[in-house]
Design a protein around this ligand. Structure first.
Ligand code: FAD
Length: 305
């Protein structure tokens, strides 16, 4: 019996089950299940200062379709609208999206051990890692699967669990260097809600993904971006990419190029060049840097157009 099956399986929450059910079917998830869907944590609340709190059991479709949310946080709403399929969005919850497990085919294979199943190595590293990271930050080379996590990062939203308040996405997911988990939740710690910050005056935001087929697929690379342009100058820029690292990644070098610079095609081109700063692609993932470059350019040009 391999290490993954030999280890005593921990209990696992089930929200809508769109991720979990596949792992149950294959036998990768074998512990006791705890059904957690609760009407109390469904829906979107607004505070007097204009910030939104979104319950963990709110569906992705609700987030995508909410007009007030789209007006205040267009990057979050566009991220929700862009992920998976209408059927999945209709069921999948925000909490489940943030806590979903890796899509790596070695992890999802019940007959193969890997770091995330108590094994001692990452078989994808020396194996087929075509969809792997382009920023090689840790022993596991699978990118984080959550589209909503990149949006939470770009908005500096905070997360509340039943044990902890005001977690950042880095607190929730870790820094990607440990390799043995997709998040840093404790056993049976439940995400309850996320709180968005007050939107900046005049901010614009957008989301785009590069994908290998038009529907029903995780993106190869995705980007959520927020900018404020005032008097023709980028006053604020925040870019977060998914699909390229074990956690969603801020593109700090690109942000630095933009901030304080004239909002021009030349500045955008320079920022796109810097997006891959610090990248360490694997033998099969260099192509993701070209996709990242194109996405940064595309999203910024649309926001400035
Ligand atoms: C064809 C297809 C395409 C997809 N494309 C994308 C994509 O582009 N981007 C993307 O982000 N996702 C994508 N997904 C994944 C989908 O978004 C997730 O399966 C979904 O968001 C999970 O939500 P759920 O409520 O079904 O979670 P569940 O399947 O119920 O749970 C998922 C995991 O999260 C844990 N969990 C659930 N809720 C909580 C909570 N409140 N607190 C703590 N832990 C919790 C569970 O224990 C489980 O481990 C795709 C899925 C499919 C099938």
């Amino acid at each position: 019996m391999n290490g993954a099956l030999a280890k005593k399986a921990a209990p696992e929450f089930r929200a809508a089950g769109t991720d979990l059910s596949e792992r149950r079917r294959s036998g990768v998830s074998r512990g006791p299940l705890i059904d957690i869907m609760s009407a109390d944590d469904t829906g979107i609340g607004w505070a007097a200062n204009g910030t939104a709190t979104i319950g963990a059991f709110t569906t992705i479709e609700t987030i995508a379709a909410d007009g007030r949310l789209a007006a205040a946080y267009p990057g979050l709403a566009a991220s929700a609208a862009g992920l998976a399929t209408p059927q999945i969005r209709h069921l999948a919850t925000l909490g489940g999206n943030l806590a979903q497990r890796s899509r790596c085919w070695y992890f999802r294979n019940p007959h193969i051990d890997c770091l995330k199943k108590s094994g001692d190595g990452c078989p994808a590293r020396a194996g087929n890692h075509l969809y792997g990271v382009a920023f090689d930050l840790g022993p596991c080379v699978a990118p984080h699967p959550s589209t909503m996590a990149a949006a939470v990062l770009v908005y500096d939203a905070t997360i509340v669990t039943d044990r902890r308040d005001a977690l950042s996405i880095a607190d929730l997911l870790g820094d990607g260097r440990c390799g043995w988990s997709d998040h840093a939740l404790q056993e049976s710690e439940m995400i309850k809600s996320i709180t968005m910050p007050v939107p900046r005056d005049g901010e614009r935001a957008g989301y785009r993904r590069a994908i290998s087929r038009s529907l029903a697929e995780w993106p190869l690379v995705e980007l959520c971006a927020r900018i404020v342009v005032e008097d023709g100058v980028f006053r604020f820029a925040r870019l977060a990419a998914g699909g390229i690292a074990p956690v969603p990644l801020r593109l700090a070098a690109a942000e630095a190029v933009l901030t304080g610079a004239v909002a021009s095609a030349a500045t955008i081109a320079k920022a796109a060049q810097q997006a891959a700063s610090g990248a360490k692609p694997l033998p099969q993932t260099g192509y993701k840097l070209d996709l990242l470059h194109g996405l940064v350019r595309d999203v910024l040009e649309r926001l400035c157009g």
